[in-house]
Design a protein around this ligand. Sequence first.
Ligand SMILES: *Cc1c(COP(=O)(O)O)cnc(C)c1O
Length: 415
Amino acid sequence: MTRSGFVLSRAELVCDDIPLSAIAAAVGTPLYVYSGATIRARYRALDEAFDGYPHRLHYALKANSTFAVVQLLRQLGSAVDANSIWEVEVARQAGFGAADVVFTGVGKSLHELAQAVPLGLRAINVESPGELERIETLAARFGLVARVAIRVNPDIDAGSHPHISTGLRINKFGVPKDIARDLMTSIGSRPHLKLVAIHVHVGSQITSLAPLRSAAAFLAQLATELDARGLRLEYLDLGGGLGISYDGADVLSARDYVAALVDEVRSTGLPIVIEPGRSVIGPAGVLVGTVIDIKRRAEDSDFAVLDAGMTELMRPALYGAYHRIEPVKAAAGGTRHYELVGPVCESTDVVGRDRMLPTLSVGDLVAIHDAGAYGAAMASNYNRRPLPAEVLVDNGQWRLIRRRQTVDDLLALER
Ligand SMILES: *Cc1c(COP(=O)(O)O)cnc(C)c1O
């Protein structure tokens, strides 16, 4: 392979050397394409950055749980972080064992907990005293000891978008520090519970080291306190959140990120768990769309209407997220100003605002970059739009890993 990932080769975008236009011609658009080489490289970069320090990567399934992606990560040695009992089920069907799964999530229903407790997962990451009681009651009923971690809200500002910050007291996530301390102490005398870890996750798309470092320091300090009281943990779960570069600017490297975590935690001697989602899969995927209409917006600007919009990639509509967009084949000729919009009946269905691009024509393919995380996973059927097809390029070949949904698939649930 010349260069892995999504690069220009002979004036056309390829994925691990395979032209996106060839895949789109065979599968149609809208279409997600993932680079196996990029997934492998990004997973390994995080894994190797620990440099011998005991650790486990629990890939956050919610970023992208398309089955073949999950299976590839399992081959690479990853464990998983599941955010619902249904993600736990996907992990199990992909071959993960109970000890490979941590179950997180701010609202686990009684139904979900009743299914999770007997599985003996590596940990259920607990979000409240009430949830801990529900787990305890279930464990007692099943006659077993539930392995739990307490997710602590450290009251740290992740500095990312308010919609994806989770570590402040005002956010709904985790147990406030003081309550968490009492809860942990109480577990010592509750025979159906075993405290195996403490957990923080302060947000997503974090681009500065400070909040990640503070969260790790906070957890290490808490572990030291617990240790002094005779409560020995098995590991520290530092969550996910490492940001990626959506606009091409420099971001934290895997190496610097992991070095900071290890630096803060080393004195405890405890193994580290991290739950990376976006940083593994985000840059490994593009959403390919077709220009289906061009119309005048202003004297010097056009709307380019794509067949890919908020139903396929919700992030721009949801948080005003920026994604680089470029034509799959650069046309010879000038550039023009565009507002790239989706086909859905919502004014927020804009995938790229205010862009200068090579002149586009109806029928042209465009690639929306860094769409591997929180892209396909958040897609919806609004306007009865079928969920898009997904393709994985790996080992020199591409294959359809999720066929495009059909209206019959949808109606099958209603007949
Ligand atoms: C969403 C989430 C993650 C993954 O976050 P990324 O920013 O994608 O790395 C990890 N842990 C928990 C608890 C989460 O909710």
